[in-house]
Structures are given as structure tokens and as C-alpha cells.
Design a protein around this ligand. Structure first.
Ligand SMILES: Nc1ncnc2c1ncn2[C@@H]1O[C@H](COP(=O)(O)OP(=O)(O)O)[C@@H](O)[C@H]1O
Ligand SMILES: [Mg+2]
Length: 236
């Protein structure tokens, strides 16, 4: 579903050329659970942003769901992103002035979902993520775990095919981090492709595919042994 072929990404900073990704080949299927680990500056976020259509390769090709999305216009890119991709960030990225319910509703508004369907979907998401009694709270009135649950609800409102999480537990204590990972992992059972960037080897080892990056390259991939109780292993 995600197919990267020799993807590179360079940035020009002043008169310097910084190469963040070098010749990345990557194939990720629906229901894959992938962690990306590597030192700071190794290109993890750049790779996630590329996959999430927040950025474009400098060279190489990117196919998402069979379509070539390498050279889409900003507008086309935003449309595909809205329909297929959900993002969760370390620092939540919620809109501070909006309530939990309104933060969750925002992508549905941008996608042109009708008000009736929107309200129903928001109610369902609030319920699914245990936030019904926090619907009217603004982010600064919520705990870290609750904020990340709002962010996951917001990211999944459009039923994305791909969920991208950049250090999703980085601002949470261990127990809350585990809860957030459990919620993200439930999406894998629904055939969402889940890609998690993490510094935490314990979090990273939960994924069935563990990718290690150094200096803009994928240097290795480990596959976790198949677990008979894991419904995600038979979907490839
Ligand atoms: N927008 C940008 N402009 C210039 N350089 C960037 C930009 N984004 C990332 N880089 C550089 O690309 C490299 C990889 O960055 P990044 O993907 O953020 O790494 P990681 O997430 O693994 O810490 C770093 O050297 C970083 O400074
Ligand atoms: Mg990063």
C-alpha cells in the first residue's frame, strides 16, 4: 500500500546541502505494524512526513494505495492526506482554543463531511476513546493521556489507511504511554498500517516490523516472530 522506490530528500540550508534521506526503498502493506528507530537526526521524521504527504521526495517515487503521489500539487496532496492519512505527534498538536469535540471535528469539516454525519462521528469517537465527559474541555484542561486520546480520535475520524505517529509517547509517563500504544495497536487489527517513530526500544519492540535508520538510510529491519494470537499477521 505504501511503496517507496529510491526516495531521497535533501534540504538547502544557507549554502549547505543537508541530505535527510538517501535511497529509501520501503514497502508497507495494510495492517502492517512498523516501528522506526534511530539516533536523532537520522531522518525518521522526514520519512514520516514524506509518507504522510506533508513533504515530497527530492528524487525517487512514492506510490500510495496504487496511485503515484510523488508529484501531486499541494491541493491534491492535501486531499489524499485528508482521506488516507492520520497523524499523531509527541506534543499532540491540538488547537488550544478549541474543545476536545471541536478538535476531533476539524478534519471532518475540512473533508466536507455534512454536519449531521460529523456530529454522529464525533460522538462515536468521543465514546470510543473514553472522552465523552471531556468533550467540552479545552486541551489545557486535559491530562497528557487525554490529549493524546483526542489526537488519536482526530487522526482516525476519516478512517485513514495509514496512521503515522512521531514519538507518540514522548510526553507521557510509562503507564499512560502503554495505554496510548494499546489504542494505536487496536487500529492495526482494523487493517490500518501503523508506523511509529520512537526512541524507546520497549515501544519499538512491540511492532511486528522494526526498522533502524542511521544517517538517512534504513540500515536494518527486524521482524518480530509471528504471534498466533496476533490477528495482524495473516493480513499481508
Ligand atoms: N525542514 C528542514 N530544513 C533543513 N534541514 C532539515 C529539515 N528537516 C530535517 N532536516 C535535517 O534532516 C536531517 C534529518 O532530520 P529528521 O528527519 O528530523 O531526523 P530525526 O527525526 O531522525 O531526528 C537532520 O540533519 C535535520 O537537521
Ligand atoms: Mg524526529
Amino acid at each position: 500500500m505504501i511503496l517507496l522506490d529510491k526516495v531521497s530528500r535533501s534540504f538547502t540550508v544557507g549554502d549547505q546541502q543537508v541530505t535527510a534521506l538517501r535511497d529509501i526503498d520501503l514497502n508497507i502493506a495494510a495492517g502492517d505494524y512498523v516501528s522506526i528507530m534511530g539516533p536523532s537526526g537520522s531522518g525518521k521524521s522526514t520519512l514520516l512526513n514524506l509518507i504522510g504527504l506533508l513533504d515530497r521526495p527530492s528524487s525517487g517515487t512514492y506510490k500510495l494505495d496504487g496511485g503515484n503521489v510523488t508529484d501531486l500539487s499541494d491541493e491534491q496532496q492535501a486531499k489524499v492526506r485528508s482521506e488516507k492519512v492520520g497523524f499523531v505527534f509527541q506534543s499532540f498538536h491540538l488547537v488550544p482554543r478549541l474543545t476536545a469535540a471541536m478538535n476531533i471535528e476539524l478534519p471532518l469539516i475540512l473533508a466536507g463531511i455534512t454536519p449531521d454525519r460529523r456530529k454522529a462521528r464525533v460522538q462515536q469517537l468521543l465514546e470510543d476513546y473514553g472522552l465523552t465527559d471531556r468533550a467540552g474541555h479545552k486541551p489545557d484542561q486535559l491530562s497528557g493521556g487525554q490529549r493524546q486520546r483526542v489526537a488519536i480520535a482526530r487522526a482516525t475520524g476519516m478512517h485513514p489507511a495509514v496512521l503515522l505517529a512521531d514519538e507518540p509517547t514522548g510526553n507521557l509517563d510509562q503507564a499512560t504511554g502503554r495505554e496510548v500504544m494499546n489504542l494505536l495497536e487496536q487500529l492495526v487489527a482494523q487493517h490500518v498500517a501503523l508506523i511509529v517513530v520512537t526512541h524507546d526500544p520497549v515501544i519499538g519492540s512491540r511492532a511486528s516490523r522494526q526498522i533502524h535508520m542511521v544517517d538517512g538510510r534504513i540500515i536494518s529491519e527486524n521482524k518480530a516472530p509471528a504471534d498466533a494470537s496476533d490477528s495482524t499477521t495473516d493480513t499481508r
